[in-house]
Design a protein around this ligand. Structure first.
Ligand SMILES: Nc1ncnc2c1ncn2[C@@H]1O[C@H](COP(=O)(O)OP(=O)(O)OP(=O)(O)O)[C@@H](O)[C@H]1O
Ligand SMILES: [Mg+2]
Length: 467
């Protein structure tokens, strides 16, 4: 009776008598009232074939139980479908099976089912195994390649960012060299006794004062600068100082105004005015050039520090980190990719505790989320990076004002290779990789809310992963 029934199921229809006998001997029929039959993640101990009723399969997607199939088709199967792979993969149920109405199933224990498949269909099993591991291997390789590509495009951006301050420092240094030579020349004139002692004392005092003014010089708008240069230029012309316009720009950058020049004229006397002005200009020039070199070099070491923080090359992979350090480094690394029409807003909760994490991999997550946000916004919009605490978790949000995620594709965005970008632009691995890093490696979660103009990805990371 049972044998006849098994024969009517599409899985078993071509089996010979001996095999059907084996099935009858090793399997049994189970009746399940409506409700859960097995849960995702439990040890996969049985293979189920539905004989009657309606059942549904579901998967946990970011904490939500999402139904993937619901069917009343006799012969559908579920459960330990990968038993044939044996210990090569973790034998856990990949989904949950629920009886929607009362159901009956033909049930085979997983170990027997696996051994049976291997001995009955050896060649098919080898092919399936090859396919399974091949696919998984390909995914890993592509994932790694993707990571390298991302790093490559970031380092291209970084090289570009490093070039500007480096070139500025080199330029400033060479100008500085000629200025210092000019100062030596002036020093020679002093040594020759062409400038008397008290005048020299005054000049040195003025010089000190001018240097202090450079440090305090307010940042002017272009309009204020040109007004100030006009005023200083006029003063110089009135006092017959040659090259007024050249000198004027330096004096203004150094925070010198006509009042200060009046005071100086009083101190040194009209007859010494021109050499005194030039002397002060030299001083300011060297001071400004040194400040420029200092800025450029500081910017370079800032970038290098960010690159180091981003790549975590010299750090332990798993360590206690402040997520803000990671976010800042990632933003610096991505700076070149952020269009000028995009406003970046940081809403950081500084009171967050540091958390144990795989820092370099989290940087990969921020990079992917920011990359997606930029992709959705195009040339203009607001990118908000927010942090805060959510119960026992730290959260990091990446929010954008882009076109949003169509509800129809929303359930699929975390799937590997799912992309809406044109061929060749997206691999569709960004969110898959991010999900695996956050959920599998950190036991955290990624949640998303989206409407046009407001999409937020929220990454939750446990503060005490061991608790
Ligand atoms: N912030 C967002 N706004 C709108 N859609 C998004 C956003 N983030 C992701 N998506 C959607 O999810 C899809 C999958 O994202 P995912 O990062 O996995 O791949 P991708 O960005 O397409 O490709 P890749 O990351 O390899 O460049 C995207 O193609 C896009 O349709
Ligand atoms: Mg992406």
């Amino acid at each position: 009776m049972m044998k006849e029934e098994l024969k009517t199921l599409f899985l078993f229809e071509s089996l010979d008598d001996a095999k059907l006998d084996w099935l009858v001997e090793h399997g049994k029929v189970e009746h399940h009232p409506a409700g859960l039959v097995y849960a995702e993640g439990d040890d996969a101990t049985c293979f189920y074939v539905m004989l009657s009723g309606t059942c549904a399969l579901s998967r946990l997607v970011h904490g939500d139980d999402v139904e993937t199939v619901r069917t009343e088709q006799r012969g559908v199967y579920a459960g330990a479908t990968q038993a044939y792979l044996g210990a090569a993969v973790p034998q856990k149920y990949p989904n949950s099976l629920r009886a929607v109405t009362d159901c009956s199933f033909f049930v085979l224990p997983a170990t027997e089912f696996g051994a049976m498949m291997r001995s009955w269909f050896p060649m098919a099993m080898h092919l399936m195994e090859g396919l399974f591991f091949g696919l998984r291997n390909t995914q890993t390789i592509i994932g790694e390649r993707e990571r390298l590509l991302a790093l490559g495009s970031l380092s291209a951006g970084l090289t570009h960012e490093l070039n500007n301050p480096a070139a500025a420092a080199v330029r400033a240094t060479s100008v500085l060299r000629t200025r210092v030579a000019g100062m030596r020349h002036k020093l020679a004139m002093i040594a020759d006794g062409r400038v008397d002692g008290t005048k020299l004392r005054h000049l040195v005092d003025l010089q000190e004062e001018a240097v202090k003014r450079v440090a305090l010089a307010p940042a002017l708008t272009p309009l204020q600068t040109s007004d100030a240069e006009d005023a200083v230029g006029d003063w110089l012309e009135e006092h017959d100082v040659t090259g007024a316009w050249d000198i004027g720009a330096t004096l203004v950058a150094g925070g010198i105004d006509p009042e200060w020049l009046d005071a100086m004229a009083q101190t040194v006397g009209e007859e010494n005015l021109e050499p005194a002005v030039r002397w002060i200009t030299y001083t300011l020039d060297t001071e400004l050039l040194m400040a420029e070199i200092e800025d450029s070099v500081a910017r370079i070491s800032g970038l290098v520090a960010a690159a180091k923080q981003y790549s975590q090359l010299d750090r332990a992979p798993y360590q206690t980190v402040d997520v803000h350090d990671l976010l800042k480094a990632t933003l610096v690394m991505m700076n070149a990719k952020i269009p000028s029409g995009i406003k970046v807003v940081k809403e950081f909760d500084r009171s967050l505790p540091p958390i144990p994490a795989y820092a370099a991999e989290l940087n990969q997550v921020w990079t992917n989320l920011i990359d997606n946000a930029l992709g959705a916004m195009g040339q203009s919009g607001t990118l908000t990076i927010r942090t805060g605490r959510d119960g026992e978790n730290v959260f990091v949000e990446v929010a954008d004002t882009g076109h949003g995620i169509d509800p129809a594709i929303r359930p699929r965005i975390f799937e590997p290779f799912f992309t809406t970008k044109p061929v060749g632009e997206g691999t569709g691995l960004g969110l898959d990789i991010s999900y695996r890093i956050v959920v599998n490696k950190h036991h955290g979660d990624i949640k998303v809310t989206s409407s046009p103009g407001d999409t937020t990805f929220r990454v939750l990371l446990p503060i005490n992963p061991d608790a």
